[in-house]
Design a binder for this molecule. Sequence first.
Ligand SMILES: Nc1nc2c(ncn2[C@@H]2O[C@H](COP(=O)(O)OP(=O)(O)OP(=O)(O)O)[C@@H](O)[C@H]2O)c(=O)[nH]1
Length: 451
Amino acid sequence: MSEKTVPLAGSLASAFAPALAPAFDLLLDAVCMVDEQGRFVHVSAAGLQIFGYTPQELIGRRMIDLVLPEDRERTLQAAQRVMAGQAHLNFENRYLRKDGQVVHLLWSARWLPEAGLRVAVARDITERKRAEQIQAATYAISEAVHRVQDLGMLCQEVHQSIAALMQGHNLAVALHDEAGRPLSFPYWADRRGPVSPERWANLSAFCHEVIQRGEVRMVRRGVDPEADAWVDPELQCRVGVPLSTPSGVIGALVLKSYGDEAGCSEQDLALLQYICTQLATAIERLQLYGRLRHLSHHDALTGLPNRALLRDRLSLAMARARRGESFLSVLYLDLDRFKEVNDTHGHLVGDHLLQAFADRLKAQLRASDTVARVGGDEFVVLLESPKGLAGNRAAADKIRQAFAPPFEVDGRVLAIQPSLGLADFPADGEEEGQLLSAADQAMYSAKGARP
Ligand SMILES: Nc1nc2c(ncn2[C@@H]2O[C@H](COP(=O)(O)OP(=O)(O)OP(=O)(O)O)[C@@H](O)[C@H]2O)c(=O)[nH]1
Protein backbone atom coordinates (compact mmCIF):
# COMPACT_ATOMS: atom_id res chain seq x y z
CA MET A 1 0.00 0.00 0.00
CA SER A 2 1.39 3.43 -0.88
CA GLU A 3 2.22 5.81 1.95
CA LYS A 4 -0.51 8.22 0.83
CA THR A 5 -3.25 5.63 0.65
CA VAL A 6 -5.65 5.51 3.54
CA PRO A 7 -7.34 2.18 4.20
CA LEU A 8 -11.09 2.00 3.91
CA ALA A 9 -12.52 2.55 7.34
CA GLY A 10 -14.33 0.04 9.54
CA SER A 11 -17.28 -1.89 8.16
CA LEU A 12 -16.82 -0.23 4.79
CA ALA A 13 -13.75 -2.24 4.24
CA SER A 14 -15.91 -5.24 3.69
CA ALA A 15 -17.48 -3.60 0.68
CA PHE A 16 -14.21 -2.50 -0.81
CA ALA A 17 -11.27 -4.76 -0.46
CA PRO A 18 -8.23 -2.88 0.74
CA ALA A 19 -6.49 -4.44 -2.19
CA LEU A 20 -8.32 -2.02 -4.45
CA ALA A 21 -6.77 1.06 -2.92
CA PRO A 22 -3.30 0.59 -4.46
CA ALA A 23 -4.99 0.09 -7.81
CA PHE A 24 -6.85 3.41 -7.37
CA ASP A 25 -3.50 5.05 -6.77
CA LEU A 26 -2.40 4.09 -10.25
CA LEU A 27 -5.19 6.12 -11.82
CA LEU A 28 -4.37 9.58 -13.15
CA ASP A 29 -7.85 10.72 -12.15
CA ALA A 30 -8.68 11.02 -8.47
CA VAL A 31 -10.92 8.49 -6.74
CA CYS A 32 -12.71 9.84 -3.69
CA MET A 33 -15.19 8.18 -1.39
CA VAL A 34 -17.32 10.06 1.09
CA ASP A 35 -19.77 8.71 3.65
CA GLU A 36 -23.44 9.62 3.99
CA GLN A 37 -22.51 12.86 5.79
CA GLY A 38 -20.16 13.79 3.00
CA ARG A 39 -16.95 13.15 4.96
CA PHE A 40 -13.91 11.83 3.15
CA VAL A 41 -13.41 8.12 3.74
CA HIS A 42 -10.88 7.46 1.05
CA VAL A 43 -8.89 9.64 -1.32
CA SER A 44 -6.54 8.15 -3.88
CA ALA A 45 -3.00 9.42 -4.48
CA ALA A 46 -4.09 11.62 -7.41
CA GLY A 47 -6.77 13.15 -5.16
CA LEU A 48 -4.27 13.96 -2.43
CA GLN A 49 -2.11 15.65 -5.00
CA ILE A 50 -5.02 17.70 -6.32
CA PHE A 51 -6.11 18.93 -2.87
CA GLY A 52 -2.57 19.31 -1.52
CA TYR A 53 -3.43 17.77 1.88
CA THR A 54 -2.02 14.71 3.63
CA PRO A 55 -4.39 11.77 4.17
CA GLN A 56 -4.45 12.56 7.90
CA GLU A 57 -5.60 16.11 7.15
CA LEU A 58 -8.26 14.99 4.69
CA ILE A 59 -9.91 11.82 5.99
CA GLY A 60 -12.93 12.58 8.13
CA ARG A 61 -13.13 16.12 6.80
CA ARG A 62 -16.31 17.33 5.06
CA MET A 63 -15.82 17.47 1.32
CA ILE A 64 -18.08 20.53 1.03
CA ASP A 65 -15.72 22.58 3.19
CA LEU A 66 -13.10 22.38 0.44
CA VAL A 67 -15.54 23.55 -2.21
CA LEU A 68 -15.37 27.24 -3.15
CA PRO A 69 -18.26 29.00 -1.31
CA GLU A 70 -19.83 30.13 -4.62
CA ASP A 71 -20.09 26.50 -5.78
CA ARG A 72 -21.33 24.93 -2.52
CA GLU A 73 -25.07 25.14 -3.05
CA ARG A 74 -25.11 23.44 -6.44
CA THR A 75 -22.53 20.88 -5.26
CA LEU A 76 -24.82 19.87 -2.37
CA GLN A 77 -27.76 19.62 -4.78
CA ALA A 78 -25.73 17.40 -7.10
CA ALA A 79 -24.69 15.22 -4.12
CA GLN A 80 -28.36 14.80 -3.15
CA ARG A 81 -29.26 13.71 -6.66
CA VAL A 82 -26.43 11.16 -6.59
CA MET A 83 -27.63 9.81 -3.25
CA ALA A 84 -31.14 9.54 -4.61
CA GLY A 85 -29.74 6.97 -7.00
CA GLN A 86 -28.98 9.12 -10.01
CA ALA A 87 -25.55 8.52 -11.47
CA HIS A 88 -23.99 11.93 -11.98
CA LEU A 89 -21.63 12.39 -14.87
CA ASN A 90 -19.51 15.36 -15.83
CA PHE A 91 -20.24 17.71 -12.96
CA GLU A 92 -17.86 20.68 -12.67
CA ASN A 93 -17.01 22.60 -9.52
CA ARG A 94 -14.09 24.36 -7.85
CA TYR A 95 -12.07 23.56 -4.73
CA LEU A 96 -9.57 25.45 -2.68
CA ARG A 97 -6.26 23.63 -2.38
CA LYS A 98 -4.31 23.77 0.84
CA ASP A 99 -1.94 26.33 -0.77
CA GLY A 100 -4.88 28.64 -1.55
CA GLN A 101 -4.96 27.92 -5.28
CA VAL A 102 -8.29 27.15 -6.92
CA VAL A 103 -8.68 23.81 -8.72
CA HIS A 104 -11.41 23.00 -11.21
CA LEU A 105 -12.62 19.39 -11.09
CA LEU A 106 -14.80 17.40 -13.45
CA TRP A 107 -16.71 14.71 -11.57
CA SER A 108 -18.63 11.54 -12.18
CA ALA A 109 -20.22 10.08 -9.04
CA ARG A 110 -22.42 7.23 -7.89
CA TRP A 111 -24.04 6.30 -4.59
CA LEU A 112 -23.35 2.75 -3.34
CA PRO A 113 -26.14 2.14 -0.84
CA GLU A 114 -24.89 -1.25 0.35
CA ALA A 115 -21.57 0.33 1.34
CA GLY A 116 -23.04 3.67 2.46
CA LEU A 117 -20.54 5.39 0.20
CA ARG A 118 -20.60 7.98 -2.50
CA VAL A 119 -17.84 7.19 -4.96
CA ALA A 120 -16.58 9.84 -7.29
CA VAL A 121 -13.93 9.97 -9.95
CA ALA A 122 -12.54 13.43 -10.51
CA ARG A 123 -10.33 14.92 -13.18
CA ASP A 124 -8.30 18.07 -12.63
CA ILE A 125 -9.36 20.38 -15.47
CA THR A 126 -7.75 23.52 -14.02
CA GLU A 127 -5.35 23.92 -16.94
CA ARG A 128 -8.11 23.54 -19.51
CA LYS A 129 -10.33 25.97 -17.59
CA ARG A 130 -7.56 28.50 -17.39
CA ALA A 131 -6.86 28.22 -21.11
CA GLU A 132 -10.58 28.80 -21.73
CA GLN A 133 -10.63 31.75 -19.34
CA ILE A 134 -7.56 33.28 -20.94
CA GLN A 135 -9.08 32.90 -24.34
CA ALA A 136 -12.37 34.46 -23.20
CA ALA A 137 -10.60 37.30 -21.38
CA THR A 138 -8.23 38.14 -24.21
CA TYR A 139 -11.13 38.08 -26.64
CA ALA A 140 -13.16 40.37 -24.34
CA ILE A 141 -10.19 42.73 -24.02
CA SER A 142 -9.44 42.96 -27.72
CA GLU A 143 -13.13 43.49 -28.39
CA ALA A 144 -13.33 46.24 -25.72
CA VAL A 145 -10.19 47.88 -27.07
CA HIS A 146 -11.95 48.42 -30.41
CA ARG A 147 -15.42 49.18 -29.08
CA VAL A 148 -15.02 51.37 -26.00
CA GLN A 149 -14.43 55.06 -26.66
CA ASP A 150 -14.10 56.22 -23.08
CA LEU A 151 -10.80 55.73 -21.26
CA GLY A 152 -12.31 55.09 -17.81
CA MET A 153 -14.79 52.56 -19.22
CA LEU A 154 -12.06 50.81 -21.17
CA CYS A 155 -9.91 50.43 -18.04
CA GLN A 156 -12.94 49.14 -16.13
CA GLU A 157 -13.69 46.48 -18.74
CA VAL A 158 -10.05 45.42 -18.86
CA HIS A 159 -10.06 45.22 -15.06
CA GLN A 160 -13.11 42.93 -15.13
CA SER A 161 -11.30 40.61 -17.54
CA ILE A 162 -8.16 40.62 -15.39
CA ALA A 163 -10.20 39.90 -12.24
CA ALA A 164 -11.70 36.86 -13.98
CA LEU A 165 -8.21 35.46 -14.53
CA MET A 166 -6.33 36.25 -11.36
CA GLN A 167 -6.68 37.78 -7.92
CA GLY A 168 -6.85 41.27 -9.30
CA HIS A 169 -9.36 43.22 -7.23
CA ASN A 170 -7.05 46.19 -6.70
CA LEU A 171 -5.93 47.82 -9.87
CA ALA A 172 -4.73 51.26 -10.92
CA VAL A 173 -3.86 52.71 -14.31
CA ALA A 174 -1.48 55.68 -14.28
CA LEU A 175 -0.71 57.81 -17.31
CA HIS A 176 2.27 60.03 -17.62
CA ASP A 177 2.22 63.38 -19.25
CA GLU A 178 4.96 64.57 -21.55
CA ALA A 179 4.36 68.15 -20.41
CA GLY A 180 5.75 67.10 -17.03
CA ARG A 181 2.47 67.38 -15.14
CA PRO A 182 1.85 64.86 -12.32
CA LEU A 183 0.70 61.35 -13.22
CA SER A 184 -2.99 61.08 -13.94
CA PHE A 185 -5.03 58.07 -12.80
CA PRO A 186 -7.88 57.51 -15.27
CA TYR A 187 -8.80 54.32 -13.37
CA TRP A 188 -8.35 53.18 -9.83
CA ALA A 189 -10.11 50.41 -7.89
CA ASP A 190 -9.24 49.20 -4.42
CA ARG A 191 -11.41 46.82 -2.46
CA ARG A 192 -10.32 48.56 0.73
CA GLY A 193 -11.75 51.90 -0.40
CA PRO A 194 -10.00 55.28 -0.56
CA VAL A 195 -6.30 55.29 0.23
CA SER A 196 -4.47 57.69 2.53
CA PRO A 197 -2.32 60.45 0.98
CA GLU A 198 0.76 58.60 2.18
CA ARG A 199 -0.21 55.36 0.42
CA TRP A 200 -1.20 57.36 -2.64
CA ALA A 201 2.24 59.02 -2.76
CA ASN A 202 3.77 55.56 -2.45
CA LEU A 203 1.71 54.26 -5.36
CA SER A 204 2.62 57.28 -7.51
CA ALA A 205 6.32 56.80 -6.78
CA PHE A 206 6.05 53.11 -7.73
CA CYS A 207 4.29 54.03 -11.01
CA HIS A 208 6.98 56.61 -11.81
CA GLU A 209 9.64 53.98 -11.28
CA VAL A 210 7.90 51.46 -13.56
CA ILE A 211 7.41 54.11 -16.25
CA GLN A 212 10.97 55.38 -16.05
CA ARG A 213 12.54 51.92 -16.14
CA GLY A 214 10.04 50.64 -18.68
CA GLU A 215 10.22 47.24 -16.98
CA VAL A 216 7.86 44.97 -15.05
CA ARG A 217 8.30 45.30 -11.27
CA MET A 218 7.01 42.72 -8.81
CA VAL A 219 7.50 43.33 -5.10
CA ARG A 220 6.40 40.68 -2.55
CA ARG A 221 6.33 40.95 1.20
CA GLY A 222 8.77 38.56 2.80
CA VAL A 223 10.64 38.12 -0.49
CA ASP A 224 11.79 41.52 -1.69
CA PRO A 225 13.55 43.85 0.79
CA GLU A 226 11.84 46.84 -0.84
CA ALA A 227 8.55 45.65 0.73
CA ASP A 228 9.94 46.42 4.22
CA ALA A 229 9.41 50.12 3.49
CA TRP A 230 5.70 49.71 2.70
CA VAL A 231 3.48 51.87 4.88
CA ASP A 232 0.53 49.54 4.42
CA PRO A 233 0.90 46.46 6.65
CA GLU A 234 -1.76 44.53 4.70
CA LEU A 235 -0.09 44.92 1.31
CA GLN A 236 1.30 41.56 0.24
CA CYS A 237 2.26 41.94 -3.37
CA ARG A 238 2.51 44.81 -5.82
CA VAL A 239 3.06 44.36 -9.53
CA GLY A 240 3.70 47.20 -11.96
CA VAL A 241 3.61 46.69 -15.71
CA PRO A 242 4.62 49.50 -18.10
CA LEU A 243 2.09 50.54 -20.73
CA SER A 244 4.39 50.54 -23.73
CA THR A 245 3.67 51.60 -27.28
CA PRO A 246 6.03 51.87 -30.25
CA SER A 247 6.41 55.56 -29.38
CA GLY A 248 7.42 54.91 -25.75
CA VAL A 249 6.06 54.19 -22.28
CA ILE A 250 2.81 56.10 -21.75
CA GLY A 251 1.97 54.86 -18.26
CA ALA A 252 1.75 51.88 -15.94
CA LEU A 253 -0.77 49.35 -14.70
CA VAL A 254 -0.47 48.38 -11.05
CA LEU A 255 -2.04 45.32 -9.45
CA LYS A 256 -2.02 44.91 -5.69
CA SER A 257 -2.96 42.07 -3.38
CA TYR A 258 -3.71 42.38 0.31
CA GLY A 259 -3.88 39.98 3.23
CA ASP A 260 -4.59 36.44 2.12
CA GLU A 261 -5.24 37.27 -1.54
CA ALA A 262 -2.95 35.21 -3.73
CA GLY A 263 -0.27 37.31 -5.39
CA CYS A 264 0.64 37.30 -9.04
CA SER A 265 2.21 34.15 -10.47
CA GLU A 266 4.79 34.08 -13.26
CA GLN A 267 2.02 32.89 -15.58
CA ASP A 268 -0.18 35.81 -14.51
CA LEU A 269 2.66 38.20 -15.14
CA ALA A 270 3.14 37.08 -18.74
CA LEU A 271 -0.57 37.45 -19.29
CA LEU A 272 -0.64 40.91 -17.71
CA GLN A 273 2.13 42.05 -20.04
CA TYR A 274 0.14 40.88 -23.02
CA ILE A 275 -2.99 42.67 -21.75
CA CYS A 276 -0.98 45.84 -21.07
CA THR A 277 0.34 45.92 -24.63
CA GLN A 278 -3.22 45.88 -25.92
CA LEU A 279 -4.37 48.43 -23.35
CA ALA A 280 -1.48 50.79 -24.13
CA THR A 281 -2.26 50.77 -27.86
CA ALA A 282 -5.92 51.44 -27.13
CA ILE A 283 -5.13 54.27 -24.72
CA GLU A 284 -2.80 55.89 -27.24
CA ARG A 285 -5.53 55.67 -29.87
CA LEU A 286 -8.10 57.24 -27.54
CA GLN A 287 -5.68 60.01 -26.59
CA LEU A 288 -5.08 60.73 -30.27
CA TYR A 289 -8.83 60.85 -30.96
CA GLY A 290 -9.23 63.14 -27.96
CA ARG A 291 -6.58 65.52 -29.28
CA LEU A 292 -8.11 65.50 -32.77
CA ARG A 293 -11.56 66.09 -31.32
CA HIS A 294 -10.23 68.98 -29.27
CA LEU A 295 -8.44 70.45 -32.28
CA SER A 296 -11.56 70.25 -34.41
CA HIS A 297 -13.58 72.09 -31.76
CA HIS A 298 -11.09 74.65 -30.53
CA ASP A 299 -9.08 77.55 -31.85
CA ALA A 300 -5.36 76.76 -31.85
CA LEU A 301 -4.21 80.29 -30.93
CA THR A 302 -6.37 80.99 -27.87
CA GLY A 303 -7.58 77.48 -26.96
CA LEU A 304 -11.16 78.81 -26.97
CA PRO A 305 -14.07 76.89 -28.53
CA ASN A 306 -14.44 77.58 -32.24
CA ARG A 307 -17.57 78.38 -34.22
CA ALA A 308 -18.59 74.70 -34.54
CA LEU A 309 -18.50 74.10 -30.79
CA LEU A 310 -20.19 77.46 -30.18
CA ARG A 311 -23.13 76.33 -32.34
CA ASP A 312 -23.42 73.14 -30.28
CA ARG A 313 -23.31 75.00 -26.99
CA LEU A 314 -25.71 77.64 -28.28
CA SER A 315 -28.30 75.04 -29.22
CA LEU A 316 -28.02 73.48 -25.73
CA ALA A 317 -28.31 76.92 -24.09
CA MET A 318 -31.39 77.69 -26.21
CA ALA A 319 -32.96 74.41 -25.11
CA ARG A 320 -32.34 75.36 -21.46
CA ALA A 321 -33.87 78.79 -22.05
CA ARG A 322 -36.91 77.26 -23.74
CA ARG A 323 -37.43 75.03 -20.71
CA GLY A 324 -37.36 78.19 -18.57
CA GLU A 325 -34.18 77.18 -16.76
CA SER A 326 -32.31 80.33 -17.75
CA PHE A 327 -32.41 83.62 -19.67
CA LEU A 328 -30.04 83.64 -22.62
CA SER A 329 -28.25 86.47 -24.40
CA VAL A 330 -25.48 86.37 -26.99
CA LEU A 331 -22.65 88.88 -26.73
CA TYR A 332 -20.56 89.60 -29.83
CA LEU A 333 -17.18 91.30 -29.44
CA ASP A 334 -14.83 92.64 -32.11
CA LEU A 335 -11.57 94.41 -31.33
CA ASP A 336 -11.36 97.98 -32.60
CA ARG A 337 -8.46 98.88 -34.87
CA PHE A 338 -6.80 95.56 -34.35
CA LYS A 339 -5.33 95.69 -37.85
CA GLU A 340 -3.20 98.64 -36.70
CA VAL A 341 -1.57 96.44 -34.06
CA ASN A 342 -0.55 93.94 -36.71
CA ASP A 343 0.60 96.66 -39.08
CA THR A 344 2.54 98.59 -36.44
CA HIS A 345 3.97 95.89 -34.17
CA GLY A 346 3.88 92.79 -36.34
CA HIS A 347 1.72 89.68 -36.52
CA LEU A 348 3.33 88.00 -33.51
CA VAL A 349 2.42 90.86 -31.21
CA GLY A 350 -1.07 90.74 -32.74
CA ASP A 351 -1.24 87.04 -31.84
CA HIS A 352 -0.14 87.70 -28.27
CA LEU A 353 -2.68 90.47 -27.95
CA LEU A 354 -5.45 88.10 -29.08
CA GLN A 355 -4.32 85.59 -26.45
CA ALA A 356 -4.24 88.24 -23.72
CA PHE A 357 -7.66 89.45 -24.83
CA ALA A 358 -9.07 85.89 -24.64
CA ASP A 359 -7.58 85.40 -21.16
CA ARG A 360 -9.05 88.64 -19.86
CA LEU A 361 -12.42 87.78 -21.34
CA LYS A 362 -12.43 84.31 -19.73
CA ALA A 363 -11.42 85.83 -16.41
CA GLN A 364 -14.70 87.80 -16.35
CA LEU A 365 -16.81 84.65 -16.66
CA ARG A 366 -17.53 81.40 -14.88
CA ALA A 367 -15.69 78.27 -16.04
CA SER A 368 -19.03 76.88 -17.27
CA ASP A 369 -19.68 79.88 -19.54
CA THR A 370 -18.90 79.58 -23.23
CA VAL A 371 -16.49 82.04 -24.83
CA ALA A 372 -15.65 81.32 -28.45
CA ARG A 373 -13.32 82.83 -31.03
CA VAL A 374 -15.36 82.99 -34.22
CA GLY A 375 -13.07 85.01 -36.48
CA GLY A 376 -9.73 86.90 -36.57
CA ASP A 377 -10.54 89.41 -33.84
CA GLU A 378 -14.14 88.38 -33.19
CA PHE A 379 -15.39 86.62 -30.07
CA VAL A 380 -18.80 85.46 -28.86
CA VAL A 381 -19.92 84.92 -25.27
CA LEU A 382 -23.06 83.03 -24.28
CA LEU A 383 -24.55 84.72 -21.23
CA GLU A 384 -27.06 82.77 -19.17
CA SER A 385 -28.74 84.03 -16.07
CA PRO A 386 -31.31 82.18 -13.94
CA LYS A 387 -33.02 85.39 -12.82
CA GLY A 388 -33.51 87.46 -15.94
CA LEU A 389 -31.98 89.30 -18.88
CA ALA A 390 -30.86 92.07 -16.51
CA GLY A 391 -28.25 89.61 -15.19
CA ASN A 392 -26.87 89.23 -18.73
CA ARG A 393 -26.72 92.98 -19.20
CA ALA A 394 -24.78 93.30 -15.95
CA ALA A 395 -22.32 90.65 -17.15
CA ALA A 396 -21.88 92.48 -20.49
CA ASP A 397 -21.18 95.74 -18.62
CA LYS A 398 -18.62 94.00 -16.46
CA ILE A 399 -16.89 92.73 -19.60
CA ARG A 400 -16.90 96.16 -21.18
CA GLN A 401 -15.31 97.68 -18.07
CA ALA A 402 -12.70 94.93 -17.92
CA PHE A 403 -11.25 96.20 -21.21
CA ALA A 404 -10.84 99.80 -20.11
CA PRO A 405 -7.25 99.26 -18.87
CA PRO A 406 -4.70 98.80 -21.67
CA PHE A 407 -2.83 95.54 -22.37
CA GLU A 408 0.83 95.00 -21.84
CA VAL A 409 2.06 92.74 -24.61
CA ASP A 410 5.70 91.96 -25.36
CA GLY A 411 6.80 95.10 -23.52
CA ARG A 412 4.32 97.31 -25.36
CA VAL A 413 1.30 99.06 -23.86
CA LEU A 414 -1.66 98.66 -26.19
CA ALA A 415 -4.89 100.49 -25.49
CA ILE A 416 -7.27 98.26 -27.41
CA GLN A 417 -10.95 97.90 -26.71
CA PRO A 418 -13.72 95.82 -28.22
CA SER A 419 -17.07 96.89 -29.62
CA LEU A 420 -19.89 94.88 -28.04
CA GLY A 421 -23.28 93.81 -29.39
CA LEU A 422 -25.92 92.01 -27.32
CA ALA A 423 -28.91 90.01 -28.58
CA ASP A 424 -31.52 88.37 -26.35
CA PHE A 425 -33.24 85.06 -26.86
CA PRO A 426 -35.96 84.82 -28.08
CA ALA A 427 -36.77 88.51 -28.65
CA ASP A 428 -33.88 89.10 -31.11
CA GLY A 429 -33.80 85.64 -32.65
CA GLU A 430 -35.55 82.35 -32.09
CA GLU A 431 -33.01 80.24 -33.85
CA GLU A 432 -29.20 80.08 -33.65
CA GLY A 433 -28.22 81.83 -36.89
CA GLN A 434 -30.75 84.60 -36.31
CA LEU A 435 -29.59 85.22 -32.76
CA LEU A 436 -25.89 85.29 -33.71
CA SER A 437 -26.42 87.68 -36.59
CA ALA A 438 -28.57 89.94 -34.39
CA ALA A 439 -25.67 90.17 -31.92
CA ASP A 440 -23.25 90.76 -34.82
CA GLN A 441 -25.47 93.57 -36.15
CA ALA A 442 -25.70 95.13 -32.70
CA MET A 443 -21.90 95.04 -32.47
CA TYR A 444 -21.53 96.75 -35.87
CA SER A 445 -23.98 99.45 -34.84
CA ALA A 446 -21.98 100.00 -31.63
CA LYS A 447 -18.71 100.13 -33.63
CA GLY A 448 -20.22 102.63 -36.03
CA ALA A 449 -21.33 104.76 -33.13
CA ARG A 450 -17.85 104.81 -31.52
CA PRO A 451 -15.95 108.07 -31.91
N1 LIG B 1 -2.11 88.61 -35.45
C1 LIG B 1 -3.22 88.07 -35.95
N2 LIG B 1 -4.01 88.79 -36.73
C2 LIG B 1 -5.13 88.24 -37.22
C3 LIG B 1 -5.47 86.91 -36.95
N3 LIG B 1 -6.63 86.63 -37.58
C4 LIG B 1 -7.01 87.75 -38.22
N4 LIG B 1 -6.12 88.75 -38.01
C5 LIG B 1 -6.12 90.11 -38.51
O1 LIG B 1 -7.13 90.81 -37.78
C6 LIG B 1 -7.59 91.89 -38.57
C7 LIG B 1 -9.09 91.91 -38.48
O2 LIG B 1 -9.64 92.77 -39.41
P1 LIG B 1 -10.59 93.96 -39.03
O3 LIG B 1 -11.62 93.48 -38.06
O4 LIG B 1 -11.08 94.60 -40.29
O5 LIG B 1 -9.58 94.95 -38.32
P2 LIG B 1 -9.84 96.09 -37.29
O6 LIG B 1 -8.68 96.96 -37.45
O7 LIG B 1 -10.07 95.54 -35.96
O8 LIG B 1 -11.14 96.80 -37.84
P3 LIG B 1 -12.34 97.35 -36.95
O9 LIG B 1 -12.93 96.16 -36.25
O10 LIG B 1 -13.29 97.96 -37.95
O11 LIG B 1 -11.79 98.34 -35.99
C8 LIG B 1 -7.04 91.66 -39.99
O12 LIG B 1 -5.95 92.53 -40.19
C9 LIG B 1 -6.49 90.23 -39.96
O13 LIG B 1 -5.36 90.04 -40.76
C10 LIG B 1 -4.59 86.16 -36.11
O14 LIG B 1 -4.82 84.98 -35.81
N5 LIG B 1 -3.48 86.76 -35.64
